[in-house]
Design a binder for this molecule. Structure first.
Ligand SMILES: NC(=O)c1ccc[n+]([C@@H]2O[C@H](COP(=O)([O-])OP(=O)(O)OC[C@H]3O[C@@H](n4cnc5c(N)ncnc54)[C@H](OP(=O)(O)O)[C@@H]3O)[C@@H](O)[C@H]2O)c1
Length: 309
């Protein structure tokens, strides 16, 4: 790892998936607190979208290059829903692998920060560090591993393997990210089935984007897990969120993961010691991250739920 670079240093950063949970928040946050030139791209217009491009089409990626020469690419765009990836494998491959390969090919000199997933590990013990063996238990994970191979050929790269990311973004109300899905079920008064035997390390989106800022400042390279330091079952995590927001716990039913259609590692827990060591940064306790979720979204959440009545 090299030392921290000056914040004042001029950098151009291309962020893909600028309408998504991470991309949107990364654009918003880095624009606000750094002097870096942030360019957001997505397939559709949005508050942080400067360039509209379909990254699966290399001519669109070439067109981006005629406009900007980024020092750094933060590549978050993906089909991140495992069920969609099972059903539409070509779309999933094109979006998760071909688009990544296109960016690597067109911008070989850029530092490439790629969003993979914690689910690449599949060991019975869990608490995987970055040296743990990887294995794809579903097609989405396979595409992430394939994309990582392209990224690993870049001169400078960071592969981020995050656990489940939670956060509220107003325009993503219809999306299937973890928290929005929970809210959508509550709005429809639908009981959410949640495995009691699947453990993970959920992390708030603001901690992800703070980590990105530090990754850039400290000029680190390599592969990094990032998730909460506590391991928690999906059922218990959902229960804590319901409690924090004062929602009825009847919306939640604990189940055994053998009833789920898309397979995931049962013990999907990771160790995020490496990133915290290299960034000199301690990921806050999960309770604090749930507090942040509540403080930053409770008013919008109330409006969202009230709208449907
Ligand atoms: N959220 C999680 O819990 C989690 C956990 C582990 C890993 N990850 C990974 O982290 C990254 C960010 O996740 P996220 O939750 O922010 O994802 P997200 O909300 O689903 O956003 C992904 C964005 O990619 C864009 N996109 C899709 N296909 C595209 C294409 N062909 N060309 C250009 N843009 C395209 C979509 O925007 P448009 O439709 O506007 O183009 C979408 O907003 C993803 O790579 C995901 O796989 C996420």
């Amino acid at each position: 790892m090299s030392g921290a670079s000056g914040m004042g240093e001029e950098k151009t950063i291309l962020i893909t998936g600028a309408n998504g949970l991470v991309g949107h928040r990364a654009c918003e946050y880095l624009r606000k607190i750094t002097p870096w030139k942030i360019i957001g791209t997505s397939r559709r217009e949005g508050a942080h979208v400067d360039l509209i491009a379909n990254l699966t089409d290399i001519s669109d990626v070439d067109r981006i290059r005629t406009t900007i020469h980024p020092d750094i690419i933060i590549h978050t765009a993906a089909i991140s829903r495992t069920d969609v990836c099972e059903q539409e494998q070509k779309l999933c491959y094109d979006t998760n692998v071909t688009a990544t390969a296109n960016l690597c090919k067109v911008f070989p000199e850029a530092k490439f920060i790629f969003f993979s997933t914690y689910a690449v590990y599949d060991t019975p013990e869990g608490r995987c560090d970055e040296e743990c063996e990887t294995r794809a238990s579903n097609y989405y994970i396979q595409t992430k591993l394939d994309a990582e191979e392209h990224v690993q050929k870049m001169a400078e790269y960071v592969i981020v393997r995050p656990s489940v990311i939670f956060g509220y973004v107003e325009h993503l109300q219809d999306s299937k990210n973890y928290f929005m899905q929970l809210l959508a079920n509550i709005r429809m008064k639908k009981v959410m089935q949640s495995p009691k035997d699947q453990y993970f390390n959920p992390i708030h989106v603001d901690i992800i984007v703070e980590s990105l800022k530090r990754i850039i400042e400290r000029e680190v390279c390599g592969t990094f897990n990032v998730g909460s330091n506590e391991s928690i079952s999906k059922f218990e995590f959902n229960r804590q969120i319901l409690e924090k927001f004062g929602f009825d716990s009847e919306y939640l039913e604990g189940i055994d993961s053998k009833h789920l259609t898309v397979k995931r590692p049962a013990i999907g827990t990771i160790s995020s010691a490496k990133i915290q060591r290299e960034l000199l940064y301690e990921i806050p306790p999960l309770e604090k991250m749930i507090d942040t979720l509540y403080l930053t979204s409770s008013e919008e959440v109330k409006r969202y739920l009230a709208d449907s009545r």
